[in-house]
Design a protein around this ligand. Structure first.
Ligand code: NAD
Length: 290
């Protein structure tokens, strides 16, 4: 397939490299990032999109996605698919999909889970919103970049799944960290805490797969000085998207709201910026009840 790839940062770079390695003809564009191996440099987003079957975007936020969509949609050939893999707000995902369809194209929102490791290894999970036809067209590419692609529904459904998943993740990570800090103060050994909770009803991905306590459970950013991994500021971005969506949809998400407020304090007023999102544990360790 002829593919345009726009946004070649930490995630997009290795995703585009995997497509090129699998034999696809990939033209890339990024304002700053280097070209991944096997990807041809285009002079602009429109040039990368021109004549392609699929354009994939992997960009920081919804405002940038809308600006890039304005550039690439007029350059794409009729019937081609614009597939956005960034994490953005549901409204931007739907607006860009509508704009693409009005121009005779098709569109998918296909945010990912799995982080930089998953992007490099080609083991991402894609959660996809859009038509059956567009999903079928892009599925072979999802299979190269990832291990699973779930077609969640119409445009916006992929972003909805992503922000709901990450709202659960933010809440469970905080709960796991505050429980470890409480256990410390109660004199409970951390390994014993892990052994019990990881096989009891308090278990979660945050505890079992990404344990925030160093030296306990599987290897995680906690064992690497809390270097991301998944940065606290990215978790804050996703929690804010969940709260924006909850506001628009009139959904009551009190735990999501608390998690967003706590990550905002951690990133913007404490020492959370640049740390992994599991560094909530040392944050709780340092603090008493106030
Ligand atoms: P990143 O900042 O490393 O990459 C974004 C890239 O977009 C940068 O290289 C930047 O130069 C480029 N860019 C910005 N504006 C542009 C424009 N107008 N035209 C062309 N290129 C432009 O970010 P990332 O970590 O690769 O994340 C990308 C997306 O994936 C985000 O939406 C993020 O929320 C999501 N995501 C990230 C992770 C993760 O662990 N990093 C995990 C899941 C999802």
């Amino acid at each position: 397939m002829k593919i345009g790839f726009i946004g070649l940062g930490n995630m997009g770079g290795p995703m585009a490299a995997n497509l090129a390695k699998a034999g696809h003809d990939v033209a890339g564009f990024d304002l700053a990032a280097p070209m991944p191996e096997g990807v041809t440099r285009a002079g602009s987003a429109a040039e990368a999109a021109s004549g392609t079957d699929v354009v994939i975007t992997m960009l920081p936020n919804g405002a940038i996605l809308r600006a890039v969509a304005d550039q690439v949609i007029p350059a794409m050939k009729p019937g081609a698919v614009l597939c956005d893999c960034s994490t953005v707000d549901v409204d931007s995902a739907r607006a860009v999909a509508d704009q693409a369809r009005a121009a005779g194209l098709d569109a998918l929102d296909a945010p990912v889970s799995g982080g930089i490791g998953g992007a490099q290894a080609g083991t991402l999970t894609f959660m996809v919103g859009g038509s059956d036809d567009a999903f079928a067209t892009v599925k072979p590419l999802f299979d190269i970049m990832g291990q699973k692609a779930v077609h969640c529904g119409a445009s916006g459904a992929g972003q909805a799944a992503k922000i709901c998943n990450n709202m659960i993740l933010g809440v469970t990570m905080i709960a796991t960290c505050e429980a470890f800090a409480l256990a410390d103060k109660l004199g409970l050994d951390r390994q014993k805490m892990f052994d019990v909770v990881s096989t009891s009803s308090g278990y979660s991905w945050s505890m079992n797969a990404y344990c925030p306590a160093p030296g306990v459970g599987p290897k995680s950013p906690a064992d690497n000085g809390y270097k991301p991994g998944f940065a606290a500021e990215l978790m804050l971005k996703d929690l804010r998207l969940s709260q924006q969506a909850a506001e628009a949809a009139d959904a009551d998400t009190p735990m999501g709201a608390l998690a967003a407020a706590l990550y905002a304090r951690f990133v913007e007023h404490e020492d959370g910026k640049g740390q992994d999102f599991s560094a909530m544990l040392p944050r709780f360790e340092k603090r008493g009840k106030t």
